[in-house]
Design a protein around this ligand. Structure first.
Ligand code: SAM
Length: 339
């Protein structure tokens, strides 16, 4: 897939938050912490990482300021992520403040769900709309091994709690790793067929980060394998609704999806920004942009100057990343970037 061509030559000073490729940015992923209670093998190096110092994390007040500023320029959706967002204390307070920002229409969260049974009610009452849960296998032993110590029963209880709180659709994100959990694709689809309207299972191609040596399985291969057992009907794609290519399982009516950052990258439609827990903004997954927003906020930057800076940073966004070509691994650690 080609990267988008440059079509705009002058940076607008008002209206939607566009880059030179005329991509309007309507969605921000906010990593609220880099800390995680799991150590997924394709996400964190075996040796672990040094967590960011707490004083370097954006405060809730700072996150809300950045999101309010983005919302004034057309951002409507926020996804809380991490690290593991539920390990950040007081998360429902942040959700409540984000939900009160004019223009923010959708607040979602990506979580491993280990703590979700405890927090689902408070998060839903604070204004969280829906969740994505990372779950790579239903097999208890493989789950322990892939997450380096996780507990699949707790995750399933968290999903149950989310369903009871109406945090739907619940999207299950399964990163498929060659030789590790390929056999789990069908069991995941089958297990979640009990909630055909409320749960969607999506299979994600693993992206290579840092020293990672695991191999991904192309979405097309996975889909063909699923089609040997289940009849799938293509669901038409809705622009701006994320990179998943969805299919309906004829026998159950459930929707399943394939997300293919490696074999069919979606840079052309990229509408997202990533705010890391330390205040670094990534306009593209592949690179850190400067300056650090925490530093400029703490230096006293006004809202108008912040808006101008964000416009300028988005204008400087690259056409796309090259890591999907397999020539090099992505730089950074996923738990810091936020997925
Ligand atoms: N702790 C939360 C969780 O487990 O969902 C949120 C953070 S996690 C970094 C966000 C998403 O990134 C998860 O769905 C995870 O599976 C995905 N992810 C992590 N490393 C990845 C990789 N190398 N390739 C593709 N997806 C990855």
């Amino acid at each position: 897939m080609a990267l988008p061509p440059q079509v705009l030559n002058e940076q607008p000073t008002s209206g939607p938050l566009v880059d030179r490729f005329a991509r309007a940015h309507t969605y921000v992923r906010v990593s609220v912490t880099d800390r995680c209670n799991y150590r997924c093998v394709y996400c964190l190096p075996a040796t672990g990482v040094e967590w960011m110092a707490r004083a370097n994390l954006l405060t809730f007040e700072e996150i809300v300021r950045v999101v309010r500023c983005l919302a004034s320029m057309g951002v409507t959706g926020v996804r809380l992520t991490g690290g593991e967002p539920t390990v950040r204390r007081g998360l429902p307070d942040l959700v409540r403040e984000l939900a009160a920002i004019p223009g923010i229409l959708d607040i979602a969260m990506t979580t491993n769900a280990h703590h979700l049974a405890k927090h689902a009610e408070a998060l839903a009452s604070a204004g969280l709309n829906r969740i994505n849960v990372s779950l790579d296998t239903l097999d208890a032993e493989r789950f322990v091994s892939l997450t380096r110590g996780g507990n699949v029963e707790r995750v399933l209880a968290g999903i149950q709690a989310a369903l009871e709180q109406g945090l739907t659709p619940v999207k299950i994100n399964c990163v498929v790793v060659k030789g590790e959990n390929e056999q789990d694709v069908l069991p995941l689809i089958e297990y979640f067929s009990q909630w055909p309207d409320a749960v969607q299972v999506r299979f994600i191609e693993k992206m290579p980060f840092g020293e990672d040596t695991y191999t991904t399985v192309p979405s097309a291969t996975l889909r063909q394998r699923v089609q040997q057992t289940l009849q799938l009907e293509r669901v038409s794609r809705i622009a701006g609704r994320g990179p998943s290519v969805n299919w309906r399982v004829a026998s159950t009516g459930q929707t399943i999806g394939f997300i293919s950052p490696m074999t069919e990258h979606f840079c052309e439609q990229c509408n997202r920004l990533r705010l890391q827990a330390d205040g670094n903004l990534r306009t593209c997954l592949s690179r850190d942009d400067s300056p650090n927003l925490r530093d400029v906020l703490r230096a006293g930057m006004t809202d108008d100057a912040l808006a101008a800076l964000l416009r300028e940073m988005v204008w400087g966004k690259v056409a796309g990343h090259e890591a999907h070509t397999g020539k090099q691994n992505f730089e950074g650690v996923m738990t810091q970037i936020g997925g």
